[in-house]
Ligand binder design. Structure first.
Ligand code: GDP
Ligand code: ZN
Length: 304
């Protein structure tokens, strides 16, 4: 008798795929005539794909792939079409260091926009708070005001690790952020069994060394998965249209409901509620500027 069991793809090695079935990882091939949802364009199995296995253990084979709820895509130089690199990611923990490597709020804004654009709920995590928070104190409030959940953590002292663990359990979470901020260290703190290699920051340049190179889903004890990514190239803003940007700045989108014109550009238009909010000190000047700069950048790449 054949069985059908559901699982989640956690690694792809060419013709073989590792699938988590309950608490158990199995390495299996996939059918040539794999059943895909009709609308799937990129028909390559990726980590996070929900699949149905057919057969009798140990001769299991992937027979079916479910619709992808979310897709992380990447366009590499030289490739015409974007590639899906992970499916069904629920949330992202956007990690920045509190002190070193120097936190960059513009970069944080870009990552948050990328999350919103991909339909993935972001949580901001400032790691290494053991080194002090003076570099972020001036602007962290902008993100609280915008409604983001913020976790203060230290992989070194274990501060915030319990909170982070609760936040990731039972879900599929992408850890993103620049190299050297302590993503691997945080994952090891959440689950020591991962034993991920932690890179050391070069003190001279402040630049971290890339320590992870491929997307993998790591099963969490109990339930849930995390995916650790090599730096920023993993997902970008290349397919974001200028008109979609406002929806990726939650506080700008909210203020914009009060603008006189529905197509308001929030620059010099009359009756612009976004500008009024900025002038009244209700919306961060820094976030507003970041929004305008990013929109200009997107506009330039659209016309160029
Ligand atoms: P990743 O590139 O984001 O994965 O960063 P890693 O996890 O490799 O960490 C980079 C460096 O920062 C390593 O030398 C870690 O030991 C160090 N590190 C990680 N977390 C903390 C922390 O909470 N406090 C301090 N002081 N150092 C940390
Ligand atoms: Zn406006």
């Amino acid at each position: 008798m054949t069985e059908r069991v559901a699982g989640v793809v956690t690694a792809v090695f060419g013709p073989l795929v590792r699938v988590q079935v309950g608490e158990q990882p199995v390495v299996v091939p996939f059918r040539r005539k794999l059943r895909w949802q009709a609308e799937t364009e990129d028909r390559r199995l990726v980590v996070g794909d929900h699949v149905v296995l057919d057969g009798k253990p140990p001769a299991l084979v992937i027979a079916e792939v479910s619709t992808r709820r979310t897709k992380l895509t990447r366009r590499s130089p030289g490739e015409k079409r974007p590639r899906v690199i992970a499916a069904n990611v629920d949330q992202a923990v956007v990690v920045m260091a509190a002190a070193s490597p120097e936190p960059n709020p513009r970069l944080l804004d870009r990552l948050l926009v990328a999350c919103h654009h991909a339909g993935i709920e972001p949580v901001i995590c400032f790691n290494k708070v053991d080194q002090g928070t003076s570099a972020i104190d001036a602007w962290i409030g902008d993100y609280q005001d915008a409604g983001y959940e913020i976790l203060m953590a230290s992989a070194r002292t274990a501060r915030g690790v319990g909170c982070l663990t609760r936040r990731v359990t039972g879900r599929t979470t992408l850890f993103c952020g620049p190299s050297g901020v302590g993503k691997s260290a945080l994952l090891n703190a959440i689950h020591p069994g991962y034993r991920l290699r932690e890179g050391s920051i070069s003190e001279a340049t402040g630049k971290g060394r890339h320590t992870t190179t491929t997307a993998q889903l790591l099963a969490l004890p109990g339930s849930g998965f995390v995916v650790d990514t090599p730096g920023l190239r993993e997902f970008g803003l290349w397919d974001l249209e200028t008109s979609q940007l406002q929806g990726c700045f939650p506080e700008v989108a909210k203020a914009a409901e009060g603008c006189s014109f529905s197509d308001c550009g929030h620059a010099s238009e009359e009756g612009c509620a976004v500008r009024s909010a900025v002038e009244a000190g209700k919306l961060s000047v820094r976030r507003y500027t970041s929004f305008l700069k990013l929109r200009q950048e997107l506009g330039e790449s659209e016309s160029g």
